[in-house]
Design a protein around this ligand. Structure first.
Ligand SMILES: Cc1ncc(COP(=O)(O)O)c(C=O)c1O
Length: 379
């Protein structure tokens, strides 16, 4: 627990480690003593545990979340020049993966929940469109019901980028509900340290209900080999280290506590910051639960950067995820097929501000942050 004047951090992985130290040390030590650093039994055990938690038959571990997206796209029978719809307000990995495979990304606008706008998806479909990467941003699900209506009508593969929202659930109008990352052809997960389930380095996984696709994804992670030195398909080298899997097995046992801790932080922020003229608190989608991988405000009237500087001067960190829309990024412009307006994505990139949120925050820290925000906007 930190004291009132202690350093406030965006995330506090060290305190989380100390709380779980006995379990984590034992699990990691076992791997070191055994020496099975690559493909040790913990990798498969963790894959089974995660599959059981999210309710799918197959989880294929890999090296990181970006590889999970790349490998998924490699196995969905897409051809060079095929169009893949992506959100314009997001992390770059999905767009980059599509471009690396010679596909044409089409960046479309997001909605008031910061997630891909189902209406913009429908409008962007052309006769070249074959797939759609939805990104469940900041901790809640995209609105999957209308998205699947469009995808089914046009025969599009749906890949879910679930790097940020492990543990969130989406409910369809007929009452069925699913964890994010389990609804499309493949769900891509990241275990980057700051994610919902973070390891001590890089890690990732793919989830699917299709056994043949699972097998193809698995082969792809090991240079396309069916058995040692028998290369059936073109693959890559993308593995989850045994030591990371051992750690992730432990942390997965505590994921529901971690989600509850993050929700408590979000509830505090919501209560303290709603009703302030220049602030829009993050909207909770009625069809999704929220796990708050990020707590992201909109700061109106062009005051975002000024508020961030005021917070910084009081020792309070904050981060802008993301300062440019995808179609404003120099690297991607030449590869994108322009779609309709990405107006809201551009506005968000100038208004969003993510506050500290993690599993170890205490009320004194939260009060200090809320007071600093109120004060920062008064001056
Ligand atoms: C939305 C999103 N997609 C993909 C990734 C890529 O994950 P990784 O860093 O594990 O490659 C990240 C994480 O940084 C992310 O936030």
């Amino acid at each position: 627990m930190s004291t009132p004047n202690s350093t406030i951090r965006m995330v506090d992985l060290v305190s989380q480690y100390r709380r779980l130290k006995i379990e984590i040390d034992e699990a990691m030590q076992a791997v070191i003593e055994r020496g099975t650093f690559i493909n040790g039994p913990e990798v498969e055990e963790f894959a089974r545990d995660l599959a059981s938690y999210i309710g799918v038959d197959h989880v294929v571990p890999c090296g990181n979340g970006t590889d999970a997206l790349l490998i998924s796209l490699m196995r969905l029978n897409l051809q060079r020049g095929d169009e893949v719809i992506v959100p314009a307000f997001t992390y770059a990995a999905a767009v980059e993966a599509a471009i690396l495979l010679g596909l044409t990304p089409v960046a479309v606008d997001v909605d008031a929940y910061y997630n891909i706008d189902p209406k913009a998806v429908e409008e962007a479909v052309s006769d070249r469109t074959r797939a759609l990467i939805v990104v469940h941003l900041f901790g809640q699900s995209c609105d999957m019901h209308p998205i699947f209506e469009t995808a089914d009508r046009h025969n599009l593969e749906v890949i879910e980028d679930n790097a940020q929202s492990l543990g969130a659930r989406y409910s369809f109008p007929d009452g069925r509900s699913f964890y994010t990352g389990t609804m499309g052809a493949v769900g891509a997960f990241s275990f980057f340290p700051t994610k919902m389930l973070g390891c001590f380095g890089d890690g990732g996984a793919m989830a699917t209900r299709d056994p043949d696709l699972a097998e193809a994804l698995r082969k792809t992670t090991v240079h396309g080999q069916s058995s040692k030195y028998r290369h059936q398909i073109i693959g890559v080298n993308s593995r989850l280290d045994t030591i990371q899997a051992a750690l992730l097995k432990v942390k997965l046992r505590h994921i529901d506590e971690a989600i509850a801790a993050r929700r408590a932080v979000a509830d505090f922020y919501d209560a303290s910051l709603s009703g302030i003229e220049e602030i829009e608190i993050p909207r909770r989608h009625p069809s999704s639960t929220h796990v708050y991988n990020q707590y992201t405000l909109r700061i109106k009237n062009g005051r975002r950067d000024e508020l961030q500087a005021a917070l910084r001067s009081q020792g309070i960190p904050s981060v802008v995820y993301y300062p440019l829309a995808i179609d404003e990024q120099e690297a991607f412009k030449a590869y994108l097929r322009p779609a309709s307006s990405t107006k809201l994505s551009r506005i968000l990139s100038r208004e969003v501000l993510s506050l500290p949120i993690h599993t170890e925050m205490n009320v004194e820290e939260l009060k200090r942050i809320a007071e600093a925000i109120v004060k920062g906007l008064k001056t």
